[in-house]
Ligand binder design. Structure first.
Ligand code: SAM
Length: 295
């Protein structure tokens, strides 16, 4: 694992049990380099602790609170990568959420996390890749993607496009274009095909109803040039996929919050395999009670 701690006394992984608004209130202003997260979308997902069926207005009001909290903790040149999916019945939800955030931050890039795709080769063969989860509907087609909205404070934060680049299909471009400097790597664009890793025992291998893949987070962190001085935060850390990506990308510190102790327990178990030995799950002292989904 590639990882360098900020200092020998700073623990790399900090997992905290409780409400992320309380957790973020305890962080120093402008102390976080990159936030990669997937909040609850309020679409009725069956989480163990959190009730994902709040009134739409309550949910959007709560989003405003946590957008403010994000603005407070994010460094001036920090990045928020916000993963949001839709449902056929809620097709506008990702855009409503992005609009709330755009009241405080600048939408710098929009990525499409493609989970499943069918392509036709030059020879006319059709290739399907990824995990296709069919729905049974006379009205809707199967939704095979989610959004990653990249917000920054200025809209001008440099990104390392080639860190997640791809080789040129036409190799003559390497010598034809000076900007390549002889390197066979071009910008990947904003369609990211990232299938879920195949698992055989969901309860044991991915005991959470709504995760994102480690690779998705790693791509965001590489784009933001996360290094050994960087602090990475996931306020809705679930079973810890963002933490694993932060470790893989050589971040200096990772902070994660979740309301559910069992999910954090699973994160702890996974992270111990990534060098987070003697990891403790700390409790966030609770101040708030009015968040949607509190049971
Ligand atoms: C979409 S899931 C994130 C899963 C995570 N990305 C992963 O790959 O494991 C959202 C998570 O937010 C947690 N959650 C909901 N409300 C919260 C709050 N106010 N503070 C902290 N965590 C919360 C839920 O328990 C759930 O695990």
């Amino acid at each position: 694992m590639k990882r360098a701690a900020m200092s020998s006394s700073t623990p790399f992984f900090e997992l905290r049990h409780g409400d992320c608004l309380d957790g973020m209130a305890r962080l120093k202003p402008e102390s976080v380099d990159a936030i990669v997260t997937s909040p609850p979308y309020n679409v009725g997902i069956g989480y163990s602790t959190f009730d994902d069926t709040a009134r739409r207005d309550d949910f959007l009001g709560w989003l405003t609170c946590w957008a403010e909290a994000v603005c407070r903790v994010l460094k001036p040149d920090g990045s928020l990568f916000l993963n949001i999916g839709a449902t056929p019945a809620n097709p506008l939800l990702p855009h409503q959420i992005a609009l709330r955030f755009s009241e405080r931050l600048v939408l710098q890039n929009t990525f499409h996390w493609i989970k499943s795709i069918t392509l036709e080769t030059k020879e006319g063969e059709q290739i399907s890749a990824g995990h296709f989860k069919p729905i049974n509907s006379p009205r809707f087609v199967t939704d095979c993607h989610e959004y990653i909205f990249h917000f920054t404070k200025t809209g001008k934060v440099p990104v390392d496009r080639l860190a997640v680049g791809v080789p040129y299909a036409d190799k003559s471009n390497i010598t034809r274009w000076k900007k390549t400097a002889g390197r066979d790597q071009r910008c990947r664009g904003n369609n990211w095909f990232i299938p879920y890793p195949t698992i055989h025992f969901r309860d044991k291998q991915r005991p959470h109803p709504a995760t994102f893949p480690v690779e998705l987070v790693a791509m965001c962190l590489k784009l933001h040039r996360v290094d050994s001085q960087s602090v990475v935060l996931d306020p809705f850390v679930g079973i810890g996929h963002a933490a694993i990506a932060a470790a893989q990308c050589g971040a200096g510190k990772f902070i994660g919050f979740d309301l559910d102790r069992d999910y954090l327990g699973e994160a702890k178990r996974k992270l111990e395999e990534y060098g987070g030995s003697k990891l403790r799950i700390l409790k966030i002292p609770a101040k708030r009670s009015a968040r949607p989904g509190s049971r």
